[in-house]
Design a protein around this ligand. Structure first.
Ligand SMILES: [Zn+2]
Length: 438
């Protein structure tokens, strides 16, 4: 398989990523870096090119004017605070425990109630049923009003969403979270002078400078931390702290793919997805307290109540949390592609990245769960969505006076490469079996 891929892809820039060697298989299975190829030169070229660029586009997609040499990325000053979202996180299990105890107490109280008292209670409830209905209706109106007063417009996309926690409070929480992560990764952070750190920093700097017309980008003190870890992971906190794992740097084939990944993560921060998700989760949790109480009051025994509670949690996850999370991921993919387009990345690398991830899963036999069970869209759907957005992103790129993209199209190169690889694999099926057995 290694020779097969190597011969086919020798002249491709995806050569290293797709040169699925025996060593790579071992690395994937042991959760170590997949491959090691990053084109550091591309970043320098980007930086040189944009120095002469003019403005472009319209609305939020307007590119800023010529970039000056200023260093926009710096470490934020740590602040101490007691954020409200953190307080809610601590209180959440206590609220659930209180609901369980209340429901259980109601059940026990009802059980020991004499038959005549039970009958009286039933009659009393029947007599006052309209009062209960009116009370429930009033509570629903109050909840609806409370929710309406917390509606907010998502930056850039204009999507109306619920935001219970203020941006400021969530940024305070992000400061605490970043301090926690810095402490956690203290031993494995690469120094600022390390080439990988510089590469990520320059990529972030490029994205920030080319998107500084967006207030959520220009107002944040972006800071980069590269963690030496085989995890294929990266995240950006709402306070602009970028955490990139070397495993992810190994997984991207070039700096264009790196820009797509960074664009996606930065989009999560710009769009305040963590605050939005926490708000939804907060409301769903509060409303589900009523259900928890009812389950523990109505179920005949503790075991059944536990089972009912577990079923309720799973249903909430599958019906609300996961679909919502997938929606936010898709939005970050879309906005991240636009950020990368404005930074003159080759946006065609976006769908290829997700195709690579899908292929790597197939070749390594990594089990994948159905999309409806996942918090993220499937690799295939992410690739398809980005592919549909490429014409729009290319237009944006053109409006931003980015240099013309080189041919051939990386998507075509990748498809052809996979086709040839699969053909060879069919001719020599033992190669794939031997490869998977490693
Ligand atoms: Zn994401």
């Amino acid at each position: 398989m290694a020779l097969l891929c190597g011969n086919v892809l020798r002249n491709s820039r995806f050569a290293v990523r797709l040169q699925v060697s025996k060593q790579m298989t071992r690395q994937v299975r042991e959760n170590r870096p997949v491959c090691s190829y990053v084109n550091f030169q591309t970043i320098s070229t980007h930086l040189r090119l944009i120095a002469t660029r003019q403005s472009c586009g319209k609305a939020w997609t307007v590119c800023p004017h010529v970039i000056h040499g200023g260093h926009h990325i710096h470490t934020s000053v740590p602040r101490r605070a007691l954020p409200v979202p953190l307080l809610w996180m601590v209180l959440k299990p206590l609220q659930k425990l209180a609901a369980i105890l209340l429901g259980r107490s109601i059940r026990k109280w009802w059980r020991v109630l004499p038959q005549n008292r039970r009958q009286l209670m039933r009659e009393w409830v029947r007599k006052h049923r309209w009062h209960f209905a009116a009370g429930g209706g009033a509570a629903l109106v109050i909840i609806a009003l409370l929710l309406l007063t917390h509606l907010d417009e998502s930056p850039l996309t204009g999507r109306v969403r619920l935001l219970v926690f203020s941006r400021e409070k969530y940024r305070e929480l992000a400061v605490l979270t970043s301090e926690m992560h810095l402490e956690e990764f203290a031993e494995s952070l690469l120094p600022d002078s390390h080439p990988l750190h510089q590469m990520v920093q320059q990529s972030v700097q490029l994205l920030v400078q080319r998107n500084k017309d967006i207030p959520q980008v220009s107002e944040v003190p972006w800071s980069v931390h590269v963690v030496e870890s085989p995890q294929i992971n990266a995240f950006v906190l709402p306070n602009g702290e970028v955490f990139m794992f070397t495993g992810m740097l190994e997984a991207v084939a070039d700096t264009d793919q790196l820009m797509i990944v960074l664009g996606h993560e930065m989009a999560h921060a710009i769009l305040e997805h963590s605050a939005e998700q926490a708000s939804l989760s907060h409301i769903v949790d509060l409303l589900s307290l009523i259900l928890v109480t009812a389950i523990w009051a109505l179920c005949p025994g503790d075991f059944l109540a536990l089972l009912g509670g577990w079923a309720k949690d799973k249903l909430t996850e599958l019906m609300f949390n996961h679909p919502y999370s997938r929606k936010l991921e898709s939005e970050a993919d879309r906005v991240g592609l636009q950020l990368a387009a404005k930074a003159c990345a080759d946006v065609r690398a976006g769908p290829v990245f997700w195709q690579q991830m899908e292929l790597a899963d197939q070749l390594t036999g990594t089990p994948t769960s159905p999309e409806w069970l996942s918090t993220h869209p499937s690799h295939r759907n992410r690739s398809s969505q980005l592919d549909r957005l490429i014409p729009q992103a290319l237009e944006l790129r053109e409006n931003c006076a980015c240099p013309a993209l080189s041919s051939p199209d990386p998507r075509a190169v990748f498809s052809e490469t996979v086709r040839v690889m699969m053909k060879k694999t069919k001719e020599q099926p033992f190669v794939l079996s031997a490869y998977r057995a490693l």
